[in-house]
Design a protein. Structure first.
Length: 155
């Protein structure tokens, strides 16, 4: 390869590094982490992401020791007014359905139910959220949402 070719290759690489991929530059994944324990508690009561996020990833860790059938936890996001109807409908759905009615359109995002020592995550489009809307996250395991819930803010 001649020095001219090396110079051109270097220029292309520098331009790519400087300007990047325009489509990739527009994407912003915002990652959040939360933990639940055997005392039916999340370690956070509030979670927030900025309005410039295009995707949101929430990672849930179950820091307890009990299995999912006894003390399972998940992370579910709904509009605040949908919390009780979604939780009540999900209780009958059972562990096999992660205590959520299959196809429930009120559920914006949800992880699977996990037991002690396990971790799971969910990634969802920020376009599903509206700035100024009241959102609540909760655990859908029957009875857990009395203690395991919090405020989710977008924007």
């Amino acid at each position: 390869m001649s020095s001219k070719h090396y110079w051109m290759a270097g220029t292309v690489i520098a331009a790519a590094a400087l300007f990047g991929n325009p489509a990739a530059a527009a994407d912003k994944v915002c990652s959040l982490a939360i933990a639940g324990n055997d005392l039916m508690q999340f370690d956070k009561k509030e979670m927030a992401v900025a309005a410039d996020c295009t995707e949101i990833q929430v990672t849930l860790t179950h820091t307890g020791k009990l299995p999912a059938a006894a003390m399972g936890h998940d992370w579910v996001l709904v509009k605040t007014e949908d919390l009780n109807p979604v939780a009540n409908a999900g209780a009958a759905a059972g562990l096999a359905n992660n205590y959520l009615q299959p196809g429930d359109k009120r559920v914006i995002a949800a992880t699977k139910v996990i037991g002690g020592g396990q971790t799971t995550s969910v990634t969802f489009a920020a376009s599903l959220l509206k700035k100024g809307q009241a959102y609540t996250f909760f655990c859908s395991f029957p009875g857990h949402n009395a203690l395991m819930k919090g405020t989710f803010t977008f924007g």
